[in-house]
Design a protein around this ligand. Sequence first.
Ligand code: NAD
Length: 329
Amino acid sequence: MAKAPKIVISHRLHDDGMAVLEKAGAEVVIVGSGEPQDMLPHLKDADGVIIRIGSIDKETMLACPNLKAIGRPGVGVDSVDVAGATELGIPVVIAPGANTRSVAEHAMAMIFACAKNMLVCDQEMRKGNFGIRSEYKAYELYGKTLGLIGCGHIGKILAELATGIGMKVLVYDPYLKEDVVQGWGYGYRASMEDILKEADAVSVHTPLTPATKDMIGEKELHLMKPTAILVNCARGGIINEPALCKALSEKWIQAAATDVVVQEPIRTDDPLFKLENIIVTPHMAGQTKEAASGVATLAAEGVLAVCRGEKWDKVCNPDAYKHARWGEQ
Ligand code: NAD
C-alpha cells in the first residue's frame, strides 16, 4: 500500500477540507504560520503544502526534496513563487470559481454600504447624533455607473449584480476584446483613466502583478468624482495606500472600502483607521461558509491528487507537468 502523504498546512482549513485530508489518511501538520522559516522544519519531508496565509519561495522549495504540490485555497498566487515552482516541476493547485460569488457579493455590499454612508451613520448614531440623517450624503445606485477594473470571474458576477439594481457597467480590462465586453451588455473603455473619470463606483478585480501594483495612485485618484466610491476586494497594493489616505482625508473621493491591505494582518495603528470614510474588512470576502468549504475542499483534493501523481487540471502553472519528473511516470 502506498505511504500516506504528509501535508503541511499554514493554518487550519475549513472542516470540509480537513475531512478530505483525513479521509485520505494523510499525515497533516498545521503550523499556525505561513512564514517560510516557521513552515520549513515541517516541510523538509512533506509531500504537499497548503498555504492559506503566508508565502513560499524557491529557496524553501529547494530545501524540500519530497515536495510535490503546493495548494492555495483560492486563486491569488502572488504569495507563491510560481516561476520557481514551475521550474522545479511542482504544480500550484488553485481553487478557481469556489469563492467567486462570495467576493462579488462582498464588493457589492461595500458599494451599498459606502453609497448609503452606513459606517459613518452607525458611528454617529452611537454618539447620539440622530441628525446625521439630514446630511444627505447617501445616494441611490439606480442609474449610477459602476466602473470595473479587471473583469474576470469576480468582476463579471459583480457586473451582473450591479445590472440587477439598475447600474450601468463600464469595463477596463486590456485582456478582453471590446466586442466581447459589449456583447455582455457593458461599456468598454480602453483606458483606465476614462473609467475613473466616469464611474460613480469603481471596483478593482485584477490580480496583483508588477503591472497592477500601485496602479491607482494620487494621479488616478484625482481623476475620480468627489462623490465616488472606490472598492478593493482584490489585493493590497493595487491601490497605493498613502495616496488613498490622502484622497480620503482631503475628500477627493467620498468613500472607499477595502478587504485587502499591503500588510496583513493590518496593525491597529494603521493610518487607514484614522479615517472615518473607509470600511476595512479582514480579507474575508472569500471567507463565507460556502466559499471556505469550496476552496478548502478543492485545494485538499487537488494537492492529494498531485501527490498521487495525477495531473490535476486546476493548477495555475500547467507547464510544471512538462518537467522531467512528470515524464518519468
Ligand atoms: P480572474 O483571473 O478571473 O480575473 C482577473 C481579471 O483581471 C482578468 O480578466 C484579467 O484580464 C484582468 N487584468 C489583469 N491585469 C489587468 C490590468 N493590468 N488591468 C486591468 N485588468 C487586468 O480573477 P478573479 O477570480 O476575478 O479574481 C481577481 C482577483 O481577486 C484575484 O487575482 C485575487 O487576487 C483576488 N481575490 C480576492 C479575494 C478576497 O478574499 N478578497 C478572493 C478571491 C480572489
